[in-house]
Structures are given as C-alpha cells and as structure tokens.
Design a protein around this ligand. Structure first.
Ligand SMILES: C[S@@+](CC[C@H](N)C(=O)[O-])C[C@H]1O[C@@H](n2cnc3c(N)ncnc32)[C@H](O)[C@@H]1O
Length: 362
C-alpha cells in the first residue's frame, strides 16, 4: 500500500487568518469540513454562535478527537460522521474547509462538490490551503462555483466562493475489477477518501493470494476483515467461505463501510456484518477462523499493533491472523509476541505475516 505519512498538526493560526480574510462573510451556523482535530475545533469555536457549528468528519476516531478538542475549548459545536457531507443536517450560510497538506486530491475535489450542496443560496465556501499561492484549489473551485476570490489578507492561502443557482449532485467514484488466482473476477466500486481509490491495492493482492493458497477460507469459515477499506479482502474471503460462512467488516471510516456494504451486495455476499469501530472493542461476535489486515502505516505502527493485539482474543483455537506489511521488522516481533510465533511469506514486494492461535490454548 502507499505510505501515508501523518503531517504534524499545523500551527493554530487558521481562525485568525480566515476571520481576517473573510471578515463579515463568516456567518453562523458554520459547517467545518474535515481538517485536523485542532483546526476543526478552533474553526468551529471561532464565531460567537459556536453551538450552532457542525464539524463534518469521515472517520469516527478523528471525530472523537475533534470532540475532545471542542471540550477543551469549551465549545458546544456538533460533530457529525457520515459517508457523505451532503447528507449532513443543516442549511449553512458558511462552510470552511481547512484542506490538509498532502491530502488526497480526489477527496478535495469531492469535498468541494459536496459542500456546494450543503450551502444555502448565496452561501459561501471558504477554503484554507496549507500552500501560499495555492495552484490546485482555484481551478477546481471555479469548475463548481465559477468565481473564486483570494483576499489579500489571506496570504494566498484563503479562497472563497459563493453558491449561485443549483447543480446536480455528482458523485465521484471509480469501478475496478480484481481476481485472485483462477477465481472469477469481482467488481468493486470505490470513492475518494476510502482505501484504495480506483484500484485493487498490491499489498491487499499479496495478502489474498497467500490466504487463497493456504485454503484457509473454506466453506463455513468465519472471517473478520479489519480496516476493510472498500471491502475487497473480506469479499474475496466471503466468496470462498460460501453461504455457510460469515464475514464481519470493521473500519473507522464510515464512508469505507458504506462502500463495503455496496460492494458486498454487488458481489452477492449474503452473510455479512458491518461495524464502525476504531478500537475493535465493541465486537459482539467472537470465534473467527481468520482475521485479515492490511493496516495503515501512519501512527508509528499503533494501528497495526491494535489490529494484532485486539484480534487475538477474537480468534478460535487454530484460527489465524493474516497481515500484510512492508515493515516486517517492526510487526513480525509484535505478532510473534502475541501469537507465540510469526510465519512469513514474501509476495509482490510485500511481506505477509501470520500467527495461529494454538489449539487447547484458548
Ligand atoms: C491500508 S487501508 C486497507 C484497506 C483494505 N483492507 C485493503 O486492503 O485495501 C487501512 C484501513 O484501515 C482503516 N483504519 C485505520 N485506522 C483504523 C482503526 N483504528 N480501526 C479500524 N479501521 C482503521 C482505514 O480507514 C483504512 O480503510
């Protein structure tokens, strides 16, 4: 998978810069679109009527962090986590989008499009870029809003536009096909903000090739796909497990779960469950035969470690966790520590690690 490096939290100058650049164009109730937890909370608290502000997030872990920041600031702003911004409750005169440096380009385009539909007529979108004289946003904003303003006080980082008229909702999405071994090819829909957009990830392919070769997902197998993204891995395993098998998909990103549900139905999976969780601690089902994981690299392996440690008690005796990584030196010992032993296969430039729960040891 592509490396995602978490940026350091930006300095907290954004509300001041936005207020200086946008002035009386900032009106309540305010919608704050994504942004780092601190940025989002500071922006939501920047107007007097901050209890009317709503922060939108795609990921429940990020949303929780925004709530914590709001609490610290003594703000009563709301936080909503939904697959689509345009489904948020409210009718906003102003939306502020603090776009993150190095964030996914397609998600930025999607957010510009979706913000249009949550603004009331003549409502304003204010974009804060991390780059002075940003070259990306003005062109993209013009496609949706026609005119873009870059006030001098914004240091070339603040842009605003106004909603005029109406336009149809346009969903940004891409379909891809993937197959493992000589199995039939499956079709998946993907959307910005969900891993992996527009393609089957090579790491995921390496993982599923090893799982298929081991014939570990057989009819009746109970599978947990942790950090499921758009659902590819669990859906492959669900096919091999057949109607007597069962797949549970978990992700902290609610758009990922919406995509997974769509793809599970698209590919005829009947026995599956979806759970939004960032801690794996609300799983009411246990007794999995296989756990599949392609963890993100950010947060210094903390998420990989969470997946490894939390999945162990969810497995049956003889059950296995399969995890794909490019960092086996860090994750191999962790897996061996939890399972007693880590086994390894190299594939497509990735390392697939697995640990087995010893029988009679549960
Ligand atoms: C590298 S992607 C893998 C997606 C998919 N399994 C694949 O192989 O293409 C990692 C996934 O883990 C999810 N994730 C990150 N932190 C998480 C957490 N604490 N709990 C649950 N899911 C998490 C992300 O939202 C993302 O969908």
């Amino acid at each position: 998978m592509a490396k995602r490096v978490r940026e350091p939290e930006p300095e907290s100058v954004e509300p001041d810069l936005i207020v200086a650049a946008a002035g009386d164009r900032l009106q309540s109730p305010l919608a704050v679109v994504l942004g780092s937890p601190r940025q989002a909370a500071e922006l939501a608290s920047s107007l007097d009527a901050h209890d009317e502000a709503t922060c939108f997030q795609l990921d429940i872990h990020q949303a929780e962090r925004v709530r914590e920041e709001l609490k610290t600031l003594g703000s009563a702003a709301k936080v909503e986590t939904l697959p689509d911004l345009w489904d948020i409750a409210g009718d906003f005169p102003t939306a502020v989008y603090p776009a993150q440096r190095g964030g996914e380009r397609s998600l930025k385009i999607d957010m510009i499009e979706q913000t249009f539909h949550v603004l009331r007529p003549r409502g304003r979108l204010i974009v804060l870029s991390d780059y002075p004289d940003d070259q990306f946003f003005p062109g993209q904003l013009k496609k949706i809003y026609r005119r873009v303003h870059t006030p001098d006080a914004g240091e070339g980082r603040v842009m605003w536009c106004q909603r005029d008229g109406d336009r149809p909702r346009r969903r940004h999405e891409m379909t891809f096909h993937a197959r493992i071994g000589d199995n039939p090819s499956l079709r998946f829909l993907s959307r910005p903000g969900v891993f992996s957009y527009g393609r089957f990830d090579e790491g995921a392919r390496a993982l599923m090739e090893v799982v298929y070769e081991h014939q570990i997902a057989r009819p009746g197998t109970r599978v947990l796909d942790v950090g499921c993204g758009c659902g590819t891995n669990g859906i492959f395993a669900g096919h091999w497990s057949g109607p007597t098998g069962r797949v549970t998909f978990v992700d902290s990103n609610v758009r990922a779960l919406a995509m997974t549900e769509h793809n599970a139905k698209l590919n005829g999976l009947s026995n599956y469950k979806l759970l939004a969780s960032s801690t794996l601690d609300r799983l009411d089902i246990r007794g999995f035969d296989v756990v599949l994981a392609n963890p993100p690299y950010y947060a210094h392996h903390a998420i990989a470690e969470l997946f490894i440690r939390r999945s162990r008690p969810l497995l049956t005796a003889g059950g296995r966790l399969y995890l794909v990584t490019k960092q086996p030196d860090a994750l191999g010992p962790m897996l061996a520590d939890v399972f007693g032993r880590a086994e390894v296969a190299e594939r497509r430039g990735y390392v697939v690690l697995w640990g087995t729960v010893a029988r009679g040891n549960d």
